[in-house]
Design a binder for this molecule. Structure first.
Ligand SMILES: C[S@@+](CC[C@H](N)C(=O)[O-])C[C@H]1O[C@@H](n2cnc3c(N)ncnc32)[C@H](O)[C@@H]1O
Length: 263
């Protein structure tokens, strides 16, 4: 277990260590969100099934919530995050794994890996903090080996309920990212949050030589009413079935793309 800081602190760059906020507990955010967590685990297992990777990166991995899933499919995992607090929690939670390296990044759009070295990169719930994901995709593409894969999760502005909302206002879903405030999830109030249009995301992926291999619609039943009335097991059974079916409709609040770097 080692830690490196790859990019030098740059005074001119604004900090992206939002999750160092002492008043915010990201582990607490997940209390009562078993459905969302398990839905994401289902999606990751579906996309990674029958694959194995030498070197994987959990990019913006936070406290390592999804790292144990990734470790089922990789010989070695690099957990990257700008937050020292999250990295320290991750080190405790993942202590039993000896094949995890912890790396702090302090620069936006920077993937701390040499060119063409990663077999897999997974980025879940990070696009939420990116006003313009293009530069990050460029970095991901640079760091992946030719034929290497990435799972990129997108906070979906075009989800079904939002589409109905835009339609009722006789508007289309904005093409590019939509700022959704700076206080979502109770985190420090200078943290930017954005949703994205999956069609635009697909264009950015293509521009960066990331070919879409598969796509899943995730957390499709996210609703406090349903969560209050249905058993978790039932919700997950439905979720498991509909993730691929609803993907072409960009239905859910979260879209998981499996992409492959062009050979
Ligand atoms: C919502 S948490 C998600 C953590 C983890 N991926 C998960 O799904 O539980 C967002 C994480 O992204 C990190 N982060 C925020 N902005 C980032 C950026 N520009 N590049 C990389 N990571 C970032 C945060 O420090 C935080 O740990």
């Amino acid at each position: 277990m080692t830690e490196k800081t790859t990019s030098k602190s740059q005074k001119d760059n604004k900090s992206i260590a939002y999750y160092d906020d002492e008043h915010h507990d990201y582990e607490d955010f997940w209390v009562g969100r078993d459905y969302e967590h398990e839905s994401e685990v289902l999606a990751l297992n579906k996309l990674l099934s029958n694959r194995h990777f030498d070197l994987a990166m959990d990019y913006g991995g936070g406290y390592g919530r999804i790292s144990p899933v990734l470790l089922d499919y990789a010989d070695k995992l690099i957990l990257v995050d700008p937050s020292t607090k999250q990295l320290n929690i991750a080190k405790e939670r993942l202590a039993k794994y000896k094949n995890v390296e912890y790396v702090k990044v302090d620069k936006e759009n920077s993937v701390p890996a040499k060119d063409s070295t990663l077999d897999l990169l997974v980025m879940v719930r990070v696009s939420h903090h990116l006003a313009e994901p293009g530069p990050t995709f460029k970095e991901i593409s640079r760091a992946l080996k030719p034929g290497g894969m990435a799972i990129i999760e997108i906070a979906n502005e075009a989800h079904f309920l939002n589409r109905m909302k835009y339609l009722s206002q006789l508007k289309g879903v904005p093409k590019t990212s939509v700022p959704i405030g700076q206080k979502a999830n109770g985190i420090t109030d200078n943290t930017p949050f954005y949703n994205h249009n999956p069609n635009y995301i697909a264009q950015l992926m293509a521009l960066n030589k990331l070919l879409i291999v598969d796509k899943l619609s995730v957390s499709n039943l996210r609703s406090s009413y349903l969560k209050g009335h249905l058993k978790l097991k039932t919700m997950l059974k439905v979720e498991n079935t509909v993730q691929p079916i609803l993907a072409p409709l960009n239905f859910g609040p979260s879209m998981f793309f499996l992409v492959k770097k062009e050979d």
